[in-house]
Design a binder for this molecule. Structure first.
Ligand code: IPE
Ligand code: IPE
Ligand code: MG
Length: 231
């Protein structure tokens, strides 16, 4: 790759699994399965390139309102991911952090998530955040309630520590696949100055090459954070 400014933190809205499968006359569940495979590929590629933090939107709070069968399929994928794929994750030597309201997940999945978070907590160089039953508004309301319960006024610094993402630098680049131009309740607070990149590729088809293209595009942008560009 050309000399590029690498984002420190990339977040992915992995959208388009269902449409990808439908186009191939397969069930939506097959799309989700291939989506998980692609997640390993793309997240692995980010870390290989030197990105230090990767966040993925795996399941939104609103996704739980999908038909029960699809939600069950998604739960089964999490079961496999945090169970059978555990070894694969330990080999990546990446700290895994799950963000979202996990209380609605089946007990066994909650347990395996806690186990994986515990086992990978020894790794400090790279961080992989997985958002499950996550909603940004819910996250903000939860943080406000925490502040109220502590009887504290907050400022930007102390408020951000009450979010699920407490202590994690904001994403530099948010990549959404699947062609929709929206955030769908993802990291609304943290995305204040993130660069946004939208790809028309469906998530299972989003390749390493597409990733490189997104990073090169990011690299050429001028992040001003409200200031004027220095000459
Ligand atoms: C994204 O793919 C994965 C999840 C939301 C779990 P979709 O399931 O939203 O796929 P499309 O957008 O219907 O194609
Ligand atoms: C966003 O995709 C959520 C995830 C990728 C997990 P959706 O498919 O749920 O978003 P909408 O409904 O098109 O906004
Ligand atoms: Mg979708």
């Amino acid at each position: 790759m050309k000399q590029v400014k690498l984002p420190n933190h990339i977040a992915f809205i992995m959208d388009g699994n269902g449409r990808w499968a439908k186009k191939r006359f397969r069930q939506r569940a097959y799309g989700h399965k291939m989506g998980v495979q692609n997640m390993f590929r793309i997240v692995g590629a980010c870390f290989e390139m030197g990105v230090r933090i990767v966040t993925v939107y795996a399941l939104s709070a609103e996704n739980l309102s999908r038909p029960k069968a699809e939600v069950e399929e998604l739960f089964n994928l999490f079961r496999t991911f945090f169970g059978k794929k555990r070894e694969q994750m330990l080999e990546m030597r990446v700290k895994i952090n799950v963000m979202g309201d996990l209380s609605v997940l089946p007990e066994d999945i909650q347990q395996s998530i806690l186990q994986v978070m515990e086992e990978t907590s020894v790794f400090h160089d790279k961080l992989f955040n997985i958002c499950i039953n996550y909603g940004a508004r819910q996250e903000i309301v939860r943080a406000v309630n925490a502040a109220v319960s502590y009887g504290r006024f907050v400022d930007e610094g102390s408020f951000s520590t009450l979010l699920y993402s407490g202590g994690i630098p904001d994403p530099d680049l948010i990549i959404r696949t699947g062609g929709e131009l929206r955030l769908s309740n993802f990291l609304l607070y943290q995305a204040a100055y993130s660069e946004l990149y939208f790809s028309g590729k469906m998530w299972p088809a989003f390749s390493r090459r597409d990733l490189k293209r997104a990073i090169e595009n990011y690299s050429a942008r001028d992040r001003r954070f409200g200031r004027v560009k220095e000459e």
